[in-house]
Design a protein around this ligand. Sequence first.
Ligand code: BES
Ligand code: MN
Ligand code: ZN
Length: 490
Amino acid sequence: MADLPSMDFTAPDLEAIAGAAGHVCVFIPENGKFDRMARRVNRLTRGALQRLVESERFGKLKPGEAITLPYPSGMAADGLHVVRMERRTRGQVAREAGATLGAALGKSGALILSPGLKGAEDVLLGVLLRAYSFDRHKTGDDAASPGRLTVMTSDEELADRAGTLEALASGVRFTRDLVNEPSNVLTTTEFADRLAALSGLGLKVEVLEEPDLEKLGMRTLLSVGQGSESPSKVVVMQWSGGGDEAPVALVGKGVVFDTGGISLKPAAGMEEMTMDMGGAGVVAGVMQAVAMRKARANVVGLVGLVENMPDGKATRPGDVVRSMKGDTVEIINTDAEGRLVLCDVMWYAQERFKPTAMVDLATLTGAVIIALGHENAGVFSNDDALAKAFLDAAGAEGEGAWRLPLGEGYDKQLKSRIADMKNVGGRPAGSVTAAQFLARFVKEDVPWVHLDIAGVASRSDGTKLAPKGATGWGVLALNRMIADRFEVGG
Ligand code: BES
Ligand code: MN
Ligand code: ZN
């Protein structure tokens, strides 16, 4: 996990271009017109930039795409990264343009020439998000140290706004590091320790241990972890930037490894269940981001950290357990464990914090991958306004999200002969019945969104903004939703 590349901002200095190490990045608009920095690069390279820009290949680039000229003569750089992009380009295209540079960013960093680029922040965020690698378990040369980014810009306020970018990128990286980490390293204890370290950013962090959870009556959560050597924990993170307002509560599923328990999963692909704490990972990333940018909002993040293992002490199919709310659950399948963790943490969040809104995140069902693939997370809600706020934020951040239904008919699938409910609803609409289970633990007046992120938390193919593995999906969307809907003052 290479660190976040650091950023420096300087006024345009044509003399510094020739000697810059690493990559030099220039932006060329559709009409091919050069600004003065591009003109200097063209002079230094004796017209190579001009020839590249006039080439058929460059003409075929889509906005935001780039061609890299390796070891350009006349310059000290390793590569000249030429991006086809209008000065006014913002948003996703600008982020993806930055990401092409981020992917190529080596140890020697880059010089970005962006005089008055309107989407400079998006470009830089794209660089920071894509210049990520999870290499802490690789020994030797593979473990790259991060390069420095120098941004030459006439926008004197860009440096001041860069702090927010660093907050967002750090949050996403924190999530990715947690999700990528193997389960022998990221035990429940290690996870809680990494969250406790967030107190350095001004967050209040509490770790509830098994005796505390027993006292609170969180029996469904404890029933999931009782087959593991790692103790179950609930971590509560509070950011208080919003005065007396009731907080937004974020609740995350943190199953550090999901074997399925006694209802054991098949061997093939089981190693992927190291990411089954993805919901908790996103909650952690959002808490880091809001703290680093000193959001004027009250946000509380709660994660249930457990490991689902088969063992002599493990929960059996057919066992009945009592939730903190008091409702009893017949555990038909010990592999439907995420909902058992969430229901207790959600109930606790509502009892203790009386939140103005609650969002839970979980790698909850394989069924959501069948429904939506890896492009969209499943969104479920009891409140159209909150659902829209989330979907708008996700759309603005380019994070795929698609609403799916809830309804009484689905809830019926959870009826149990001997307890208040079963923990599974059969094969039809598996993601909906999982959400329906959670809905039973949401108080009537609490606006709630449930995000099933099983398909989006980690991607073996990577995305434009993330290399293969953990994506950090949801950190930007939730941060934006908080900024747009829940911040006080202005
Ligand atoms: N953690 C899994 C869901 C999952 C599957 C996440 C694939 C990421 C990728 C969850 O705990 C689970 O096992 N769900 C079961 C529920 C079933 C037993 C009702 C599933 O989806 O098969
Ligand atoms: Mn499971
Ligand atoms: Zn699971």
